[in-house]
Ligand binder design. Structure first.
Ligand SMILES: [Zn+2]
Length: 300
């Protein structure tokens, strides 16, 4: 699966674990964030993958070494042994935080996973993501904040990653290096290839959520502009107002569906617009009448 899908599903798994363990909100958020990053770790066995690209040549070199040791892409890092080794390394780094070895391990793990998660989730890019990773790593090492969650995040993240990869048609060799049998979660006709439409639709719904949010925001903005300009209905529109409406629709078109010119993009935007409009039409009349009734007849 793509880095974006792995980080997203890892974040959801961390969030669910935080809620399940009854953690306070800041700690649940920290666990979700860490797990989103750690869910990218197994792909460190492949140069060019999202964790390998996160810190430039440093992470590419780490990925090259991991690829060599683990036997290639989707071998040891995507097996039970891989989960155990990643979790043990994370636990040892946290446990020996006072020693330079622990600090180096923790620094590499945190910087790499945080910057990879930020990039995979499209929250930050390049050096901004790297700096954020360094800052979180430094905070974790010096203040120890959230350290007890890191081994849990690694365990959960790696398990979520491997489960996700088992949905694809290549599957994972869970028993590697003892067995090379590939395990799948879906039967042959349902398993999908990484990066194709089923993954984007089911596992990776962010682009759709983003389109819906954009449409709602633009609708709210235009509605607000019309209210502020005092237009209450079609009856008080002049010719110039119509010109503005036609031009406005062109100006905000990109803001609504971005650079997506596909049929699905258009359908998502259109359906959202109609639904938002139906909801507003249903509830909007209540607002002005309440305002008028609360102010009308009041002595000044
Ligand atoms: Zn993978």
């Amino acid at each position: 699966m793509l880095g974006h899908s792995h980080a997203l599903s890892g974040g959801v798994a961390g969030l669910a674990a935080g809620i399940f363990m009854h953690l306070p909100i800041p700690q649940t958020a920290a666990l979700a964030g860490f797990t989103a990053g750690m869910a990218l770790l197994p792909d460190l066995d492949k140069c060019g993958s999202s964790p390998a690209r996160s810190l430039g040549f440093v992470s590419e070199a780490v990925a090259w070494v991991f690829g060599r040791i683990s036997g290639g892409h989707r071998h040891a890092t995507h097996s039970f042994l891989g989960i155990v080794i990643f979790t043990a390394l994370a636990w040892a780094s946290c446990h020996f935080r006072a020693d330079w070895g622990g600090q180096a391990g923790l620094a590499l793990l945190m910087t790499l996973s945080v910057s990879a998660a930020l990039e995979a989730l499209h929250l930050a890019r390049g050096h901004v993501a790297d700096l954020a990773g360094v800052a979180v790593a430094a905070a974790a090492i010096w203040y120890g904040y959230g350290l007890r969650f890191i081994p849990i995040a690694v365990l959960l993240g790696c398990a979520t990653h491997i489960t996700g990869d088992m949905l694809t048609d290549s599957g994972c060799m869970l028993g590697y290096p003892w067995s090379r049998q590939r395990f799948h979660l879906l039967p042959e006709p349902l398993a999908f290839t990484t990066g194709t439409l089923p993954e984007l639709l089911i596992i990776d719904p962010i682009p759709f959520t983003e389109k819906i949010l954009r449409t709602v925001l633009v609708y709210a903005l235009i509605a607000l502009l019309f209210r502020l300009s005092g237009k209450r209905g079609l009856a008080n529109l002049s010719t110039f107002d119509f010109v503005v409406i036609f031009l406005l629709s062109n100006v905000v078109q990109n803001a609504v569906i971005g650079n997506d010119t596909s049929l699905t993009g258009g359908v998502v935007g259109a359906v959202t617009l109609v639904v938002v409009n139906a909801v507003v039409n249903r509830w909007w009349p209540a607002v002005p009448s309440r305002r008028i009734s609360s102010t009308a007849g009041r002595p000044r």
